[in-house]
Design a protein around this ligand. Structure first.
Ligand SMILES: Nc1nc2c(ncn2[C@@H]2O[C@H](COP(=O)(O)OP(=O)(O)OP(=O)(O)O)[C@@H](O)[C@H]2O)c(=O)[nH]1
Ligand SMILES: [Mg+2]
Length: 261
């Protein structure tokens, strides 16, 4: 029975093939060439779009509360000096450059686009414009004034970690404890522990709000377990820095891990 079915199919296919060839012979060659050219062009176009979409981003975002030291870090990365950083930024600093330390070493490297997104709550919305193209996000924390800002910083970090663009693309994030030149600076381990605890509380309170009211697209952590950054689907790491003193090598290392030289 199966053998019969197979035979029938074979005949049918041969018949279709014959009809197709017959029709092809009727089509003027010029039309055939035109069709082949269109097919080839479309394939090349689709492949190029795919390739461009996959092209590695060279954008690193500096985020964090106002006063954390993002602008100072931005200038250290670009110019090797603090330039100015004492005024609250009202616009993002957005520039593409070779890292200053690499310029000194005269190494041949790829430029990095660094965007310093102001921490003012109204300007943070700008982050959404840059996130889809980010190769990495740096969350700068003032390690000196940390305790008073812990809740606000954790809320901002929670918002970033639950954004669809971050979760879907698994954008790596570095929690950078800044201002470690000051003796009163808290350790990065302490900062991460406290922020994880705050995020744990936020998780409970935010999931209690009706789904329609929350802007966060994804939830964090594992239900029934205390929150830890290891549970994030993107890689979350920590490092120390002092923008003021130019101690930024862990930040540069993070940048070069995700924007290859
Ligand atoms: N001690 C110390 N102070 C720093 C350091 N980095 C920045 N500051 C100081 O912190 C203040 C804020 O620095 P900014 O770089 O302007 O902070 P920001 O994160 O850009 O702030 P917004 O633009 O408001 O989002 C300034 O007075 C800096 O001099 C640091 O590494 N050590
Ligand atoms: Mg600034």
């Amino acid at each position: 029975m199966e053998q019969l079915d197979l035979e029938q199919w074979k005949h049918q296919i041969e018949e279709w093939y014959g009809v197709a060839i017959h029709h092809l012979h009727e089509v003027p060659p010029i039309q055939l060439y035109a069709a082949a050219a269109v097919l080839l062009f479309t394939t090349i176009l689709l492949l190029s779009i795919r390739f461009l979409k996959r092209a590695k981003s060279n954008t690193i975002l500096l985020t964090g509360l106002t006063g954390a030291g993002k602008t100072v870090l931005f200038h250290q990365l670009r110019d090797g000096s603090i330039h100015q950083g004492t005024v609250t930024s009202m616009e993002p600093n957005d520039d593409t450059f070779i890292l200053h330390s690499e310029k000194i070493e005269k190494r041949k490297t790829k430029p990095v686009r660094v965007v310093d997104v102001p921490g003012h709550s109204r300007l943070r919305l700008k982050l959404d414009e840059y996130l889809p193209r980010a190769a990495g996000v740096v969350f700068v924390v003032d390690a000196v004034d940390f305790l008073t800002n812990c809740r606000a910083a954790s809320e901002y970090l929670y918002d970033i970690l639950t954004k669809g663009s971050v979760v879907r693309k698994k954008i790596p994030l570095l929690i950078l404890s800044n201002k470690t030149d000051k003796a009163s600076a808290h350790s990065k381990e302490f900062i991460c522990r406290q922020m994880a605890k705050e995020i744990d509380k936020l998780r409970a309170s935010r999931s209690a709000i009706s789904a329609a009211d929350i802007a966060n697209e994804f939830t964090l952590g594992v239900p029934g377990e205390s929150f830890s950054f290891i549970q994030c689907c993107n890689k979350v790491t920590t490092a120390d820095a002092s923008g003021l003193n130019g101690e930024i090598s862990p930040l540069e290392k993070f940048i070069r891990e995700y924007v290859k030289p």
